[in-house]
Design a protein. Sequence first.
Length: 319
Amino acid sequence: MPFTEPSQIGDLYFAFLAILFEGAPYILLGTIISGFIDAYLPSNIMDRFLPKNRYAAIALSGLLGAIFPVCECAIVPVIRRLVQKGLPVSCAITYMLSAPIVNPIVAVSTFSAFGGEFHDIHAGDALNLTLSRIGFAYLITVFVGIAVHQFSIKSILRNNLLKKIEADAQTKKSGAVLSKNKETPDRLLIAIRSTARDFLDVGMYFVIGVMITALYRTQIDQGLVDNFASSDWVGIPVMMILAFVLSLCSTSDAFIASQMLSFSSAAKLAFLTYGPMMDVKLVFMYSSVFKPKFVLILAVGLFVIIGFVFIQLGSLNFF
């Protein structure tokens, strides 16, 4: 019997599949990149190109997204492999958090969203919002990277990844002897195997996050959010929570934020900064690399830092 009225279950399935098909290609792209990194990139090669000074290296890592633009869905498997290859964790996390925002694709989409023909905002104001999003995201991620540098690697990475790093280090030490006795492995085959393994591992966490996001989008009236727009002290945290739950892609979230006319520019920028760094699906994807306790600390820390920054800027009428 054909449906004559919208079905809540049907809406849930549709939202789930829409988010899944939107994010899955990027995860596949990220795992393909991670597979080729595993097969072809020598250990510690990334560390050789970074400044010896760790704080300068962290600052540079925050700009890598301008050269290697990767969305938040694709960045996790890439970071996982780069850390295994010797990239310092503080630099990896800085790149992981900044890349979905500090890149030219997001800059263009943000400017288009706020400066489009359906908005009364001037081009100069749209440019200011775009540059503010990128600039403050960069500063915040560098600050977080410096803070992460104070943690021990054992308190951040999952035990299985630590074991792989140790195993790679031992293999590197004995590599000269083994290369004389064994044939060179097929690197393309290694890349394909690593891609498949990473896709299944990260994809499992991604699907869980997608289901939670789909439930929120279809079962909760999002129009209720407008009731909290009267004050930045309330509106900014609410917008950040909304960004966390909606789990939008950083290349399209500005088009959603620009339609929330009841909220201030500071609240919109908090939405556009926190969401690409931390959302429901990312919590589960981060858990494939980092220990759950560290993921929780990172989520709360980012929420407090971003909220504080934009509440203060809003009170100063910066935007």
